[in-house]
Design a protein around this ligand. Structure first.
Ligand code: 13P
Length: 252
């Protein structure tokens, strides 16, 4: 039985003055939902604040990217040792916004996932197709290519310590979530792909769905057999919505 994880990706949003209201509300709310795991992935400057407000609660915190390098002359990059210094449990790697805006290749995403694990931080590895890729029937080919790069770099032993997230690019920030059928089809296909390498790792792998998840559509998504939680963007900035999605996961 896989636990559900509800992870909030704040993206480039928040403020030092405004974050405490949200963090306090999340800290209080997650205590009422002990069966579900929670995390918030905040901008780097707010990691200390997230640690200060969430330490001792059941909500973990983490970052939205990490360098594939260990340390050194890499201006603007952040090492996994710095994330673990701040108590980060998770880091997102390969979000489509980074793949698209920063040209992150499948191999670079895989290297980041490997580096995160080496530093003791769990990578949440994002895969997903664009609208044109879906419309031309390439969905599974694209997510397999993205997954295969990670599987090759990590091997089954490290893959078992990874969280996967299926985020169709066309569903991100659009208000147009994948239908339950679309989500289940891709999640099951991803799990089957991992099973070809290792059946035990496959059955334990947490695969989150991301893309316009709201309290209103969360129940049907969280009930799907191969959906093990959500990677939530916009709705993670509203405590009631984020916790509402957690409630849906708890009752699924
Ligand atoms: P939205 O929930 O805003 O669509 O964002 C999804 C996402 O990209 C999470 O990483």
């Amino acid at each position: 039985m896989r636990n559900k994880l509800i992870a909030g990706n704040w993206k480039m949003q928040g403020s030092l003055a405004g974050n405490p209201v949200l963090l306090n509300a999340v800290a209080t709310g997650v205590a009422t939902l002990p069966a579900v795991s929670f995390a918030v992935l905040v901008p780097f400057p707010y990691l200390v604040q997230a640690r200060d407000y969430l330490s001792g609660t059941s909500c973990a915190w983490g970052a939205q990217d990490v360098s594939e390098e260990n340390s050194g002359a890499y201006t603007g990059e952040v090492a996994v040792s710095m994330l673990s210094d701040l108590g980060c449990r998770y880091v997102i790697v390969g979000h489509s916004e980074r793949r698209a805006r920063h040209g992150e290749s499948d191999e670079r995403v895989a290297a980041k996932a490997w580096r995160a694990l080496e530093g003791g931080v769990t990578p949440i590895v994002c895969v997903g197709e664009t609208l044109s890729e879906r419309e031309t029937g390439q969905t599974l080919a694209v997510v397999y290519r993205q997954l295969d790069a990670v599987m090759q770099r990590l091997g089954p032993g490290l893959l078992a310590k990874t969280v996967l997230a299926y985020e169709p690019v066309w569903a991100i920030g659009t208000g147009r979530s994948a239908t339950p059928e679309q989500a289940q089809e891709v999640h099951a296909a991803l799990r089957a792909r991992v099973a070809q390498a290792d059946a035990i790792v496959s059955s334990g792998l947490q695969i989150l769905y991301g893309g316009s998840v709201k309290p209103g559509n969360a129940i049907e998504l969280m009930r799907l057999p191969d959906v093990d939680g959500a990677l939530v963007g916009g709705a993670s900035l509203v405590a009631g919505d984020f916790l509402g999605i957690g409630q849906a996961a708890a009752s699924a």
